[in-house]
Design a protein around this ligand. Structure first.
Ligand SMILES: Cc1cc2nc3c(=O)[nH]c(=O)nc-3n(C[C@H](O)[C@H](O)[C@H](O)COP(=O)(O)OP(=O)(O)OC[C@H]3O[C@@H](n4cnc5c(N)ncnc54)[C@H](O)[C@@H]3O)c2cc1C
Length: 847
């Protein structure tokens, strides 16, 4: 009889104990960890060496035919054909007479919506046209050239005991720019700047110079002041002055609901109040901080006559960024910053208090976020009607406001685009916004709501800011606009003087809405187009993605080069594996660097690219090692034209490239590739050593990739939703024979195209009609990125700029160059590239 107990005891004695089991698991885990770490270390070393092996290429630029003009927010860069800075009236006349195309006038360029520029036009930069033409201290009158800044006027009149009568809060602006928007300040008993203007001289579209006063050429006087450069160029300006005097500051905090009666009782008719403003505290807008400066005979507490010109300071920047950072900044401002700033009752000169410079507002950078102004003018009696409407909109949209500052203005004496047809309060909103397309759209949405609220309250909105109003809103806010445009047509029948504001709002001669054309497209899409685009699901894309996608495309190009290498029958050992890893890292660092100030790529993106880069380094590093050792030995036995396995590898490499041009690499069928290797290639034949070496090498490669692709595919699908596969190209000049598209407003159409090659091919086809078609934006973005290769001697054309460039490893003497262009210049740039024939376009990035 057997002895089961003994048998069992034997087995039990041989079975590993729990402790042994744990030790074994730990050993295996340690071995795996060690292998992973060794591979990672290998990947890092290969990455470093590869980056060094691919230096960045320097590409010379062809002379640029355009000049980019921007404004303070940096939201409206516009490329103009030329900028001319006249110094005399004759030079202005000559420039106007001789320039055949559109002309925009630029003062200090502080307006915030492209009001000083028009695409491909001439800008008359007035900043050199400055100085005092005549000054009569007794009569308190001064005549200056329009490019003179208020600060220079103050410097000229201060010693005569005089002050500017009406100007903005800051003295940085030009007199011409201030006149053309009909500015206002913080004065009590004053109003729009026109109230202090005696006369102007105006250079008309035919080059003639005319004088305009309320009595002489009154239509030109009341049209050009507040006319945003539409009627002509304001040359000389004669202004009334005031007396410079001591002013004493006083302030108090109150409920917003108490402000209107307080103003009527204590401020409105008090002739001793020179400056007055009242700042509402966000985010509740329930409390208001009231500050007034009264004439006084008290001695000065601040002896300086003017503030220093450069007022940029770390403390200002920190305060503004703290207020808008969302971390208790509002509370801190109201309860700590303001009480500190407003300690005591300083007595200063009036000129001193009117000499702030906008540099005090300037943040460190305006790339990702920028500070912007808006203004609404509300009849004084409607203060309590408008405030709750405004408050609700600002709260609902969580507008990141610094404050809403209230000022007062007496009625305008008759300008055609008057913002104060009667006595008004000005609500000046100063806020921070992000610069990406989605944030700009969102700002447009709530701004239109505020404009509606102002109009419903019997008020108007101010035009020097972002032009996001609809044409209907413009028409309601400026009911005398038809008279203004009629005057313009009389003195400027060819519509020479324009800018982004008038490109958007000026009607055609018959009063209809003009269609945009390739030759004359506004720099930004009109509000009506924007509003439709905003409703299209999946239309807007992340602008940053298109830059940082390039490294992944670099891998596609590397795989393509490898497939071609094999298809040409070249030996795998000769392929530049190391450099092919280097181009990925060069592309990654180049695109990141180029976009670092403007975009938050996000840690996830960097982590993903890091994983891709290291795994590519491991793959190519191991492959390079193998092919240059074992592979090179087996190549000695390789028959001419390679073994069937070599040809199979080339075929699979080609199929792989076809797939990754459209989809994720992990979707490739590595497992079928492995199976078919063994079933479709003969087991015997010439070059047996090479044949079997390839079979094992390729099996190892396809096998490992099968497992890795499954892991990555699973991770990717869990982390990301299916991507929107179509992109929207918004363009003017499209017609049914060129491409169907959904008609929008003013001749704009949106064309939906599948991503990848169809997207690229559509744009290539449209570039043949670049004189007729102009792209306005693509999927909400103003920028487009194009990649391609060109000989090392190639020069980048104007209106495109190089993001990153490096040598193509498999094709020395050629560089791969990532170009960026403004969407509106894209077809032109592509057209020129194709005519020249040196830059071979590979891909147009579709975000
Ligand atoms: C920080 C800040 C604070 C501001 N505060 C105030 C304020 O307190 N009150 C107020 O009313 N506004 C204010 N504004 C708006 C400001 O008044 C306008 O943007 C003004 O136009 C700026 O003057 P500028 O010299 O920069 O003009 P630009 O921006 O260069 O030009 C403005 C318009 O005037 C036209 N223009 C300029 N010069 C001439 C000329 N010689 N002939 C014909 N057309 C010309 C331009 O074509 C353009 O349409 C403020 C703006 C900023 C940025």
């Amino acid at each position: 009889m057997s002895e089961p107990t003994k048998d069992y005891a034997l087995k039990a004695a041989n079975a590993p104990s729990r402790k042994q089991k744990r030790t074994r698991i730990w050993r295996i885990t340690r071995a795996i960890l060690f292998l992973i770490l060794a591979l990672l270390a290998f990947g890092v070393v290969v990455s470093g060496a590869s980056l060094l092996s691919v230096p960045e290429a320097r590409i010379a630029a062809a002379p640029d035919s355009g000049v980019q003009v921007n404004e303070i927010t940096r939201l409206y860069p516009i490329t103009m054909a030329r900028v001319v800075a006249p110094r005399t009236v004759d030079e202005i006349s000559n420039a106007v007479r001789s320039w055949p195309g559109p002309i925009a006038v630029g003062g200090g360029r502080y307006s915030m919506g492209g009001q000083t520029a028009t695409p491909d036009g001439l800008q008359l930069d007035m900043r050199n046209f400055r100085g005092v033409v005549g000054f009569d201290p007794q009569a308190r009158v001064i005549t200056v050239r329009s490019g003179t800044r208020w600060r220079e006027v103050q410097q000229a009149i201060d010693s005569a005991g005089l002050a500017v009568k009406i100007m903005q809060t800051y003295n940085t602006f030009t007199v011409g720019g201030a006149l053309s928007v009909n500015a206002h300040g913080r004065y009590i008993g004053q109003g729009p700047l026109v109230r202090s203007v005696r006369a102007i001289s105006l250079v008309l579209a035919d080059g003639r110079v005319v004088t305009a006063t309320p009595a002489q050429n009154p239509d030109l006087f009341f049209g050009a002041i507040g006319g945003y450069g539409a009627l002509g160029v304001i040359a000389d300006v004669t202004l009334d002055l005031a007396v410079n005097a001591h002013v004493r500051r006083e302030d108090e905090k109150m409920l917003v609901s108490s402000y209107a009666p307080f103003f009527r009782r204590r401020i409105r008719n008090d002739t001793t109040v020179i400056f007055h403003n009242a700042d509402m505290y966000p985010p509740a807008y329930e409390k208001i901080h009231v500050v007034s400066y009264r004439l006084t005979k008290e001695p000065l507490t601040v002896a300086n006559r003017l503030l220093p010109e450069d007022q940029s300071a770390w403390s200002h920047r920190t305060a503004y960024s703290m207020i808008t950072n969302g971390l208790g900044g509002y509370w801190f401002r109201e309860h700590v910053i303001d009480p500190l700033i407003f300690i005591g009752h300083p007595v200063t000169w009036r000129n001193y208090e009117a000499s702030y410079d906008v540099s005090e507002l300037e943040p460190e950078s305006r790339e990702k976020e920028t500070y912007v102004l808006q203004e609404y003018f509300i009849p004084v009696d409607s203060f309590d009607v408008f405030v709750p409407r405004m408050r609700r909109i600002l709260r609902d949209h969580r507008v990141n406001a610094v404050n809403v500052s209230v000022r007062h203005a007496l009625p305008d004496p008759g300008t055609m685009l008057a913002w104060a047809p009667n006595e008004v309060f000005a609500f000046v909103l100063y806020y921070k916004q992000r610069t990406d397309a989605a944030s700009r759209s969102e700002v447009g949405r709530w701004t239109r709501q505020l404009i509606d609220a102002a109009i419903r309250s019997g008020g108007r909105y101010y035009l020097p800011y972002q032009p996001v109003a609809t044409r209907a809103q413009f028409a309601k806010a400026y009911p005398r606009a038809p008279e203004f445009f009629a005057t313009k047509r009389r003195v400027d029948p060819a519509n020479k003087f324009t800018n982004n504001l008038w490109d958007l709002y000026e009607p055609a001669a018959d009063g209809s809405t003009p269609s945009a054309t390739a030759a004359r497209t506004p720099a930004v899409v009109p509000a009506e187009v924007r509003m439709v685009l905003d409703t299209l699901r999946g239309y807007s894309r992340d602008e940053s993605a298109e830059l940082i996608t390039h490294p992944e495309w670099d891998l596609v190009y590397g795989s393509d080069a490898y497939a071609r290498w094999l298809a040409a029958g070249r030996k795998p050992s000769g392929f530049p594996y190391l450099k092919s890893v280097g181009t990925f890292w060069r592309s990654y660092f180049g695109t990141w660097w180029a976009g670092r100030d403007r975009y938050d790529f996000g840690i996830g993106k960097h982590a993903m690219l890091g994983v891709i880069g290291i795994s590519t380094a491991i793959e190519y590093g191991l492959k390079g090692l193998y092919e240059n050792t074992v592979g090179r030995l087996s190549e000695l036995d390789m028959p001419a034209g390679g073994t069937p396995e070599d040809r199979y590898a080339a075929k699979i490499a080609g199929q792989y490239v076809d797939l990754i041009e459209q989809r994720g690499w992990y979707e490739f069928g590595f497992w079928p590739a492995l199976k078919n290797l063994w079933t479709t290639t003969p087991a015997t034949g010439p070059g047996m050593l090479r044949k079997w070496e390839r079979r094992f090498a390729l099996s190892a490669e396809y096998g490992i990739k099968t497992i890795y692709a499954a892991l990555i595919g699973f991770g990717t699908k869990s982390a990301y939703s299916a991507d929107e596969m179509r992109r929207g190209i918004v363009a003017v000049g499209l017609n049914d024979s060129l491409a169907n598209g959904v008609p929008l407003d003013r001749g704009y159409r949106v064309l939906f195209v599948d991503r990848y090659n169809p997207f690229r091919d559509t744009l290539l086809a449209l570039s043949d009609h670049s004189n007729q078609v102009r792209v306005a934006e693509i999927s909400g973005s103003d920028f487009v990125t194009v990649s391609g290769t060109a000989p090392a001697s190639w020069r980048v054309p104007s209106r495109a700029r190089v993001v990153v460039a490096y040598e193509v490893p498999s094709d020395p003497g050629h560089n791969r160059i990532l170009l960026r262009s403004n969407a509106r210049d894209l077809l032109d740039v592509i057209h020129r590239l194709r005519i020249e024939g040196k830059y071979k376009i590979e891909h147009i990035y579709d975000y």
